[in-house]
Design a protein around this ligand. Structure first.
Ligand code: TTP
Length: 187
């Protein structure tokens, strides 16, 4: 029997859980990703992770903990989410180009009355992106489903000059912190 439910459609999160040696069963809740006016980026990413875990739990028999997670790319107070189209991706990349930004990943575990959320913040420094870099990267098909319109684990890795924090958190789940959280719920 699986140890947790994973409330995520992200193949990267599933791979990272497998890397941790945690077995899972998928549940797929549908949570709208819309920041409230009063929320700062960290409150927003924490709320979404918890909402995914809680909504996931409502789809289960409540027999094991549910893990939900969310990743956002933050530039100052701006949250850069998944690109809507090529123009939107260019708008995002122009903000990231030749600067440092933060990637915030929140992980929530929920089981009945027990709820825990952790948020891991990683600083990522981007290289300058030329117009042709942007066109070629878009054409690769990689940025479309990714927060901040890049994937550090794929072609997008070529734009990353430096990283300070957790590489796995940027990809989708901070390995160390996720394992520590799961240990609190499973003996
Ligand atoms: C910055 C960055 C993001 N991403 C991904 C991680 C997340 O899957 C995605 C951010 O979107 P999320 O909304 O966090 O996750 P998701 O929609 O893929 O899956 P679900 O909500 O069902 O759990 O962007 C990378 O894969 N690499 C990166 O370098």
């Amino acid at each position: 029997m699986a140890q947790v439910y994973l409330a995520s459609a992200s193949p990267r999160r599933a791979e990272l859980l497998t890397q941790l040696g945690v077995s899972y069963e998928l549940v797929l809740p549908n949570i709208p990703e819309q920041r409230l006016g009063s929320e700062d980026p960290e409150q927003y990413v924490r709320r979404l992770a918890l909402a995914k875990a809680r909504a996931g739990e409502a789809l289960t028999a409540g027999d094991k903990p549910v893990l939900g997670s969310d990743t956002i790319v933050v530039m100052g107070e701006n949250v850069l989410e998944k690109p809507l189209d090529f123009n939107d991706a260019c708008r995002i990349w122009r903000q990231l180009s030749a600067k440092k930004h933060q990637v915030m990943t929140a992980v929530a575990l929920v089981h009945g009355d027990l709820e825990q959320v952790v948020c891991v913040i990683t600083e990522v420094e981007f290289a300058h992106l030329s117009e042709s870099d942007m066109q070629q990267y878009w054409d690769s098909g990689e940025p479309q489903d990714k927060a901040g319109a890049y994937g550090i684990q794929g072609l997008g890795g070529q734009f990353v000059v430096a990283i300070n924090g957790s590489y796995s958190a940027v990809v989708g789940l901070p390995l160390h912190q996720t394992k520590a959280l799961i240990k609190q719920f499973i003996q």
